[in-house]
Design a protein around this ligand. Structure first.
Ligand code: SF4
Length: 267
């Protein structure tokens, strides 16, 4: 049944209220609760089944509410149980301080994005500067390349898959995550995968492959074959950021993606 404009506005107000409450819980006490701004919010932006990226960010005293908090509120409001479960974990992650340095230097946590019932999950290393700013994984130049692989190479949509990282916080200067940090964040990765229940995981780069599969083998040895992770088929390939520096490696990535598509019955 189609929601009335009044219902949509009421639901939007709840989302804004939750985001502001989350800010308060995070210790930002100077942000006051404000009435919802007068312009109408597009229905699609607040439909629970369609957590749109175009949702207007609530503003308060000239400061933007962090995108990740708005995303969490949308997940929590969803009618899809998997979205709500992911929202619960994402809420926990947003306050996480297990890695003291990362918790101090991050702008926000970057939980993951995509279809909560995806057959295929892409797993990268950690958020970079763009991801830290926008609260979503793979949104910079490497992210555009990953989108090209999904859309042009696999003939899928980015919304069909789920994308996450080994770490949910940006390491300063984009350094490689330490083993201690990867171990600390592993619980969240496992919980996300347990909720999504993908059939396939594609590890992007050595960090993702080695941490997921708990091996120290080089990515060159891990790629081009199928692995098993608790019954989930895993393909490992080079990270899109590596491809930006070494375009010649696109050939190997293409071979890995072809192998993955064949396993998925899409070739
Ligand atoms: S990287 Fe993971 S474990 Fe470390 S502080 Fe961030 S959310 Fe917590």
């Amino acid at each position: 049944m189609k929601e009335s404009t009044k219902d949509v506005r009421r639901r939007a107000a709840r989302i804004v209220e939750q985001a502001l409450e989350s800010l308060h819980r995070s210790g930002v006490t100077h942000v006051k609760k404000l009435p919802l701004p007068p312009p109408a919010i597009p229905t699609a932006a607040v439909t629970a089944e369609n957590p749109s990226r175009s949702t207007p960010m609530p503003r308060s005293q000239g400061k933007k509410v962090l995108p990740s908090l708005t995303q969490i509120a949308q997940l929590e409001q969803s009618t899809d149980p998997r979205c709500r479960e992911l929202g619960n974990v994402a809420r926990e992650v947003s306050d996480c301080t297990r890695c003291a340095e990362l918790a101090r230097t991050r702008t926000q946590t970057v939980f993951g994005a995509g279809n909560p019932s995806a057959r295929l999950v892409f797993c990268g290393e950690a958020p970079g500067a763009d991801e830290d700013r926008l609260g979503e994984p793979f949104v910079g130049r490497a992210g555009q390349l990953l989108t090209d692989i999904i859309v042009k190479g696999m003939k899928m949509r980015r919304e069909d898959v789920y994308i996450l990282n080994i770490l949910r916080c940006r390491p300063p200067g984009n350094r490689t995550p330490s083993p201690v940090e990867a171990a600390a964040c592993r619980e969240y990765l496992d919980r996300q995968l347990a909720i999504i229940q993908p059939e396939f995981i594609c590890c992007l780069g050595a960090c993702a492959a080695q941490n997921l599969l708990q091996t120290d083998a080089a990515i060159g040895r891990l790629r081009s074959k199928m692995h098993d992770f608790n019954g989930v088929k895993v393909v490992c390939t080079y990270h899109p950021a590596y491809l930006l520096r070494n375009p010649a490696a696109k050939k190997q990535v293409w071979e890995d993606i072809q192998m993955l598509l064949a396993e998925m019955g899409m070739k």
